[in-house]
Design a protein around this ligand. Structure first.
Ligand SMILES: Nc1ncnc2c1ncn2[C@@H]1O[C@H](COP(=O)(O)OP(=O)(O)OP(=O)(O)O)[C@@H](O)[C@H]1O
Ligand SMILES: [Mg+2]
Length: 235
């Protein structure tokens, strides 16, 4: 395949992405010229030492943060030129995000937590409920709809967070250390779930992990060092 054809197939394309913090003597680069292509249907893990820029890169990919310079293309759209409003829209309609700390609303039921992104979209109540129930079923939490996060285990809370991320049928799911707060058995269960979503639902998944055993579930392992992509491994 020609380089041009290969490029046009990428769902996500980062070119020369840099992120600087501070100024003058305090100027530091969290990212320093990151080039990265992610294809539709990909399952990618990002690894690397603490402080190497993994979360910074994920936040830029997930449109939660903007780069200082460089180009980010999603599909055919240049994200690096979008306004805040356009970014919010891209996030709402095409992206899902899962965090290490679950980030659920505490006094709110699992069902309502999962409904939240649909509320931002203006989905009618009945449809919301139906989609949220279905998403909870996919992550194996049928029957736990009315439980609040405090009434669920860590693994179950992360399942709720994953249901919340997939309830909108996103094109891409970003997960920053999704198993970072879980024990080994629960971590493997979450990775099985993510693998299934990738294989059966075709959701493109990009995740950060420090654990080689979890990265082993993914198709590509990208290693960050000092704000750059240092190497890539295919499994
Ligand atoms: N808001 C900020 N202000 C200043 N520096 C920041 C900010 N956010 C991140 N950094 C710096 O950018 C670098 C990369 O941080 P990042 O959080 O992306 O690392 P990471 O690879 O995710 O690390 P970890 O594995 O510990 O989560 C670090 O040196 C960090 O101190
Ligand atoms: Mg991080």
């Amino acid at each position: 395949m020609s380089a041009a054809a290969e490029q046009s197939q990428a769902l996500i394309r980062l070119r020369g992405i840099s992120k600087a913090y501070g100024s003058g003597d305090a100027l530091t680069y969290a990212l320093h010229g990151v080039d990265l292509d992610i294809a539709k249907g990909d399952f990618v893990s990002i690894m690397g030492p603490s402080g190497s820029g993994k979360s910074t890169c994920m936040n830029i990919l997930g449109c939660l943060d903007t780069p200082t310079s460089g180009q980010y293309v999603f599909g055919n759209v240049e994200v690096s030129r979008m306004s805040r409003q356009e970014l919010a829209k891209l996030r709402r309609y095409y992206l899902g995000f899962v965090f290490q700390g679950f980030n659920l609303l505490n006094r709110t039921s699992a069902l309502e937590n999962v409904e939240l992104p649909l509320m931002y979209r203006g989905t009618p109540a009945r449809k919301r409920r139906q989609l949220a129930r279905h998403a909870l079923k996919i992550v194996g939490l049928e029957g736990r709809e009315s439980h609040t996060p405090g009434e669920l285990s860590g693994g179950q809370q992360q399942r709720v967070a994953i249901a919340r991320a997939i309830v909108t049928s996103p094109a891409v799911l970003f997960a920053d250390e999704p198993t970072g707060n879980l024990d080994t058995a629960r971590s493997h269960e979450i990775m099985e779930l993510l693998s299934g979503l990738n294989q059966e639902k075709g959701i493109t998944i990009v995740m950060v992990t420090h654990e080689p055993d979890m990265a082993a579930y993914t198709k590509r392992i990208i290693r960050f060092v000092d704000g750059k992509v240092a190497e890539e491994q295919h499994s």
